[in-house]
Every structure is written in C-alpha cells, then in structure tokens.
Write a protein that binds this ligand. Structure first.
Ligand SMILES: Cc1cc2nc3c(=O)[nH]c(=O)nc-3n(C[C@H](O)[C@H](O)[C@H](O)COP(=O)(O)O)c2cc1C
Length: 191
C-alpha cells in the first residue's frame, strides 16, 4: 500500500534551526523507509495562516485552503518542532487548530529539538493532538543542543547528531508507517 508522509518544519522563525533538523531527518529517513512510502517536506513558513478566530485576508484565506489541502493529501506526518517556553510555538498550535477532518485518523511522530530536545513541549502537544483524533506514535527524537551540536550558540556552531538517533529514526519510521497504513484502511472503511 503506498502512503505519503509529510515532514513538517514546525518553526517559522527567521534563522530557525528547524530547517537543518528537518532536512537531516528527511535525508536519513529516505535511506531506510519502505519503498511504498513517499516522504515530502512541508514548510509551515510557506503558509501565511490567519490567527484562528480572526477574519483572514484574501491571501490568508488562499493559504489556509492550501494548508488544509496539503495536510489532507498526506497520510501521515513527522512534526519537527522546537520548544518555546516549554511548549510548542504558538504559530504551530494555531496551524493545527485550523485543521480537524484533514488530520483525523492519521498518524504522527515527533522530532523535537532544544536544550532538552523539546521533551516538555512534545508531552504537552501530544495531549492537544490526541483530541484531534491523531494517532501519536511512541518513538520520538529529542535532538539536544548540548549533545547533538558542537559549540551551540557560537559562530562555530555545527549540527553533529549522535549516531544513536539513526536507530530511533528506524523505529519511528516503522511505527509511523504501520499506523499510517492501518489508518488509511480505516479512512477507506476497509477495517
Ligand atoms: C520565545 C522563545 C522561547 C524559548 N524557550 C525555550 C524552551 O523553553 N526550551 C528550550 O529548550 N529552548 C527554548 N528556546 C530556545 C530555542 O530552543 C532555540 O531558539 C531554537 O533555535 C528554536 O528553534 P527554531 O530556531 O527552529 O525556531 C526558546 C526560544 C525562543 C525564541
């Protein structure tokens, strides 16, 4: 069964780290994914989304439709997220609150990055996304600024992710692929 999984860059901040982490994950996951799985990058920054509850401008309305269509056309997700004040960015919460049927009965895995791998933010966001009928796989990546970077925060900063993350990526992709395929059958009313 062929499925499409989106790797979402969850930060929209200028100069974000998220792009580096997401592209590294995509590259590593592409090496080990099953042949019937397609991975594609989804950049939240490319959507000018309205704040939920406020009237969207014409551009925002078009981008909202494009965001909903993009998420609807995917069967599963890897969410690459930072941690701001121990939660995910408000822009990311807002982006998911603009979705409901588009993400229901689909699976999602987390790749967090931060001083503690965005662990606290992911715990919190799991509770929110569970309410949207998203199936959240157990394996996650917690990329640490202290361990997985050289000289973080200095001009010599370098992303040097530990080799143990490759084992985590394999487990994550297995869990995510299995649930993504199972839930596709659920959406097609086959089980
Ligand atoms: C408003 C704000 C709050 C932050 N709070 C945290 C935090 O709670 N935990 C953490 O590990 N890092 C925190 N940071 C540091 C971020 O992890 C760091 O800036 C990271 O690069 C953010 O990801 P991004 O560059 O992809 O946006 C915070 C950064 C900002 C801008």
């Amino acid at each position: 069964m062929s499925v499409k999984i989106g790797v979402i860059i969850g930060s929209i901040r200028d100069g974000r780290q998220g792009e580096t982490v997401a592209k590294w994950f995509l590259n590593e996951a592409n090496k080990i994914k099953a042949s019937d799985v397609t991975l594609e990058l989804v950049d939240l920054k490319s959507f000018d989304l309205p704040l939920i509850g406020l009237n969207p401008s014409e551009t925002q309305l078009n981008d909202l439709k494009r965001w909903q269509e993009t998420m609807s056309n995917l069967d599963g997700y890897v969410l690459v997220t930072p941690e701001y004040n121990h939660v995910v960015p408000g822009s990311l919460t807002n982006a998911f609150q603009l979705l409901k049927p588009e993400v229901a009965n689909k699976a999602l895995a987390f790749v967090g990055y931060g001083f503690l791998g965005a662990a606290r933010a992911i715990v919190g966001f799991r509770a929110e996304l569970a309410y949207q009928q998203i199936a959240l796989v157990q394996q996650q990546l917690n990329i640490s600024f202290n361990v997985d970077y050289k000289d973080f925060g200095t001009p010599n900063q370098e992303f040097t992710p530990g080799a143990y993350h490759l084992v985590e990526i394999e487990t994550l992709m297995n869990q995510l692929t299995n649930w993504t395929k199972a839930l596709k059958l659920v959406r097609e009313h086959k089980i």
